[in-house]
Ligand binder design. Structure first.
Ligand SMILES: [Zn+2]
Length: 157
């Protein structure tokens, strides 16, 4: 696939001193919000739906590979934490909300999967992966999250 173009914004000033900015629409990763470059023909599929472009994203491409290898993936949000908790439970693994002090208030900030030394913690915005062999792992959201902070975005705060 052709690499995307990255057209910078261009500001011009006309004879009367009026500024005009010309810009190309940009595509952000549908997995994490990272800006990928200019919007182009690959962003809409044959049915008019926005295409999945996570394979182009340095953060999300490993997830796409895992999905191709038969893994099930979820991006953890406040809305789906119960669904994922149930899926982990069905594997006979203990899972519960991960609590942390946020501004002096004990708050659920993610999901803890397993117990003791082998437990893993996913925070809201991270991806949780169930491997075909029954292992569970976490793919961290990028530290700076691109232009959209997944947690803020998904909770509407
Ligand atoms: Zn991404």
């Amino acid at each position: 696939m052709q690499p995307r173009t990255h057209t910078p914004d261009r500001t011009t000033v006309d004879a009367d001193g009026r500024e005009a900015t010309t810009f190309a629409l940009k595509r952000a990763c549908n997995g994490c919000g990272l800006e990928l470059g200019d919007l182009d023909g690959r962003d809409v599929d044959a049915h008019g739906n926005t295409a999945d472009v996570r394979g182009e994203c340095s953060n999300c491409a490993p997830l796409v590979e895992l999905e191709t290898a038969g893994c099930r993936t979820w991006q953890l949000t406040r809305r789906n934490i119960a669904e994922i908790d149930d899926a982990v439970d069905r594997d006979g693994i203990y899972a519960k909300g991960y609590w942390q002090d946020v501004d002096g208030k004990l708050t659920v900030v993610g999901l803890r999967i397993g117990t003791g030394e082998t437990r893993i913690v996913a925070r809201f915005g991270d991806w949780i992966i169930r491997h075909p062999d029954g292992r569970w792992s976490v793919h961290k959201a990028p530290a700076s999250g691109g232009p959209v902070d997944p947690e803020t975005f998904l909770t509407g705060e």
